[in-house]
Write a protein that binds this ligand. Structure first.
Ligand SMILES: Nc1ncnc2c1ncn2[C@@H]1O[C@H](COP(=O)(O)OP(=O)(O)OP(=O)(O)O)[C@@H](O)[C@H]1O
Length: 518
C-alpha cells in the first residue's frame, strides 16, 4: 500500500540483466513537492530505477507505485504523469524542432493545439531557454548538443508532469543554462510536482535538492536531507571502502611546467569569422583547462587543437625533436601523438554495435597487427585488463555490447582507449560528464600521473569546480575568442565566473544572481 504522503514508492525491487544484478532489493520513497536526488557510483542502478519508474523496464520483483499505479510501459507511465529526460540526448536528427518537441505527445498533449500554436510555443520555449530565436521548422540535425538537450527538456515540460525524472539531464548544459533549468525545477516543485534527479554534478546537486537517496550495488545505503547533503557525506555513503583521494594544490608544479618543452602551440588562431585571433602554448607536464559559457568558441577550439577541424585562421603545430610540425588533419594529429575524446559519446564516441572490448581496442589494432595482418588480441587484451582496473570500469563480459554498460562506464571505456594509445597530448571534451565522483577523482589522478610522465592535457569542462586544484591554467572563451587565461591560485570560482561573463575583475558569485534573474 502506498502512503498518501508518498508520490513514488519503490519497495524491495529487484532487477537483473542476465548475470548482472542491477537492483538488489532497492527501496526508495519520494514525496510530493520535493526535489529528490538519486546518487551513486557508475553502475549502482540509478538509470535502471529511472527506467522502471518510466515504464521502459519492469522490475523482476518488488513493489513500484507512482501515484498509486505501477507503470508497466512508457505510454502508461506518461498517462500517470511521469515525464523522463534520459541520459542520452534523444532527438530525431531528421525531424524539425517542432516535431521533436511534440513527438509522441500527439494524442495526449497536442490535442486542441493547432500547428501554428505548436510552432509559436516551440519558438517561445527555446527562446526562453537558449536565448536563440530558432525556426521551429528547422531540422535539429545541426543544432549544438546543448540546444538538443533543451529540446528534450522542453518536450518533458510540455507534458505538465506530476513526476519529472532527470537522468543526467544537465550534463550537456553550461552554468547559465543549468541556472535556468533550476528555475524551471523550482517552479514545478512549488506547483506540487516531484522531481527526481540523477546527477554526478555534486555542487549542483547540493544547490537544488531537498533529499538524496544514495545507492550502492543496487541497494539503498542511506538518505540525506537538507544540510546533510554534502560532498563528504555523499562520498562516504557511495564508496566507504575507497579512501577519499584529494588532489592537493602542491601537486601543481609551475616551475616544472614553465621549464617543460612545448607540446602543442597555436599562433594567430581564429576559430570563427570576425573573432579576435589568439596564441596559445601547451607545455609538456601541463593540464590546460578550457571553459566558457555555451557556444563561445571553446568546443571549436578543442577540435582545432585535436586536428579535427582546421582553424579559420592561423596555424597549430606539434613540437617534435625541437622542430615544429604543423597539424592540419586528424591523421597528422594522430601521427604526432595527439588523441581526442569526444564529449558527445552517443554520436561520436561509442560504436553501439560493437562489444566493450572492440570499442576499447579499435584505435589500438594498428599497433597490434601481427604477421600477415592478423590482429594479435593478446597484447590488446592485457592492455584492456590494465586500463579496466586503472579506471575501475564495471563491466560484465568484454564481449558484451558496449550499450550494456551504464553511461559512466561507457565514458570510462573511451577514456581508457585514449590512455592506452600512449599519446603525448590528450584532448578531452567534458570527459567527466556522467562519471561518478570517485571516478572523477581517479581520472584526475590518472591525468596527473600522465602529465608527471611528460604528457600534456587539454581539458574542457563547463563545470568550473572541476578545475580547482587540478588545472595548471584555464583558458576562458568568450565571443569566439580567448578572453582570459587564469593560472595557479587565480583558478577560483569568482575569477572564472567573472571571465566567463566578460569581466576582467573578480566579481561576487553570480550563480544565485543568475537564478534570481531568470
Ligand atoms: N540493458 C542492459 N544489459 C545488461 N546490463 C545492463 C543493462 N542496463 C544496465 N545494465 C547493468 O546494470 C548495472 C546498473 O546500471 P545502471 O545504468 O542502472 O547504472 P547507473 O547507476 O545509472 O550508472 P551511471 O552512473 O554510469 O549511469 C550496471 O552494471 C550495468 O552494466
Amino acid at each position: 500500500m502506498q502512503d498518501a504522503k508518498e508520490i513514488v514508492t519503490v519497495r524491495d525491487v529487484r532487477k537483473r540483466f542476465g548475470e548482472t544484478v542491477a537492483l538488489d532489493g532497492l527501496t526508495v520513497t519520494i514525496r510530493p513537492g520535493e526535489v529528490h536526488a538519486i546518487v551513486g557510483e557508475n553502475g549502482s542502478g540509478k538509470s535502471t530505477l529511472a527506467k522502471i519508474l518510466s515504464g521502459v523496464l519492469n522490475a523482476d520483483s518488488g513493489e513500484v507505485k507512482v501515484l498509486g499505479e505501477t507503470p508497466l510501459d512508457p505510454i502508461q507511465a506518461r498517462k500517470i504523469g511521469v515525464a523522463t529526460i534520459f541520459q542520452e540526448v534523444l532527438v530525431a536528427d531528421n525531424l524539425t524542432i517542432v516535431d521533436n518537441l511534440f513527438a509522441g505527445t500527439d494524442t495526449l498533449w497536442r490535442r486542441g493545439r493547432s500547428p501554428a500554436d505548436a510552432r509559436r510555443q516551440s519558438r517561445e520555449m527555446l527562446l526562453r531557454f537558449t536565448g536563440l530565436d530558432l525556426d521551429p521548422d528547422m531540422p535539429v540535425r545541426n543544432l549544438p548538443l546543448s540546444v538538443r538537450q533543451w529540446i528534450v527538456i522542453a518536450r518533458a515540460l510540455l507534458c505538465n508532469p506530476k513526476v519529472l525524472i532527470l537522468d543526467e539531464s544537465s550534463a550537456a548544459l553550461d552554468l547559465e543554462a543549468t541556472a535556468k533549468l533550476h528555475v524551471e525545477i523550482r517552479k514545478l516543485r512549488d506547483a506540487g510536482c516531484c522531481i527526481v534527479i540523477v546527477t554526478h554534478r555534486i555542487a549542483e546537486l547540493i544547490r537544488i535538492t531537498d533529499r538524496a537517496t544514495v545507492l550502492r550495488d543496487g541497494k539503498t545505503v542511506g538518505e540525506l536531507v537538507g544540510k546533510e547533503i554534502t560532498e563528504a557525506n555523499l562520498l562516504a555513503l557511495m564508496s566507504p571502502k575507497r579512501s577519499l583521494q584529494e588532489i592537493r594544490p602542491e601537486t601543481r608544479n609551475p616551475a616544472r611546467i614553465a621549464a617543460g618543452e612545448t607540446a602543442l602551440s597555436g599562433s594567430r588562431i581564429g576559430v570563427r569569422v570576425g573573432a579576435a585571433p589568439f596564441d596559445f602554448t601547451l607545455r609538456s607536464g601541463e593540464i590546460l583547462g578550457v571553459t566558457g559559457l555555451d557556444g563561445q568558441g571553446q568546443s571549436h577550439f578543442l577540435r582545432v587543437a585535436a586536428g579535427i577541424l582546421p582553424p579559420f585562421s592561423g596555424r597549430i603545430a606539434a613540437a617534435e625533436g625541437g622542430a615544429e610540425r604543423p597539424i592540419s588533419s586528424l591523421a597528422e594529429a594522430s601521427d604526432h601523438g595527439i588523441v581526442y575524446v569526444s564529449g558527445d559519446r552517443a554520436r561520436e564516441g561509442i560504436f553501439p554495435n560493437l562489444s566493450i572490448f572492440e570499442n576499447f581496442a579499435i584505435a589500438l589494432y594498428r599497433s597490434c597487427f601481427g604477421q600477415f595482418g592478423w590482429i594479435r588480441n593478446g597484447p590488446v587484451d592485457a592492455l584492456y585488463q590494465k586500463e579496466r582496473q586503472r579506471l575501475a570500469i564495471r563491466a560484465g563480459r568484454a564481449s558484451n555490447r558496449i550499450t550494456s554498460l551504464s553511461g559512466g562506464n561507457q565514458q570510462k571505456v573511451l577514456i581508457a582507449r585514449a590512455l592506452a594509445a600512449e599519446p603525448k597530448v590528450i584532448v578531452l571534451d567534458d570527459p567527466a560528464r556522467g562519471v561518478d565522483l570517485q571516478t572523477k577523482r581517479d581520472l584526475y589522478i590518472q591525468l596527473k600521473a600522465f602529465t608527471a610522465g611528460g604528457g600534456a592535457v587539454i581539458y574542457l569542462s563547463s563545470e568550473i569546480e572541476e578545475f580547482f586544484d587540478f588545472a595548471d591554467r584555464v583558458m576562458v572563451f568568450r565571443n569566439g575568442s580567448l578572453f582570459r587565461t587564469l593560472s595557479g591560485t587565480e583558478i577560483a570560482e569568482h575569477a572564472l565566473l567573472a571571465a566567463m561573463f566578460g569581466h576582467t575583475d573578480d566579481i561576487e558569485p553570480l550563480v544565485s544572481k543568475l537564478e534570481e534573474a531568470s
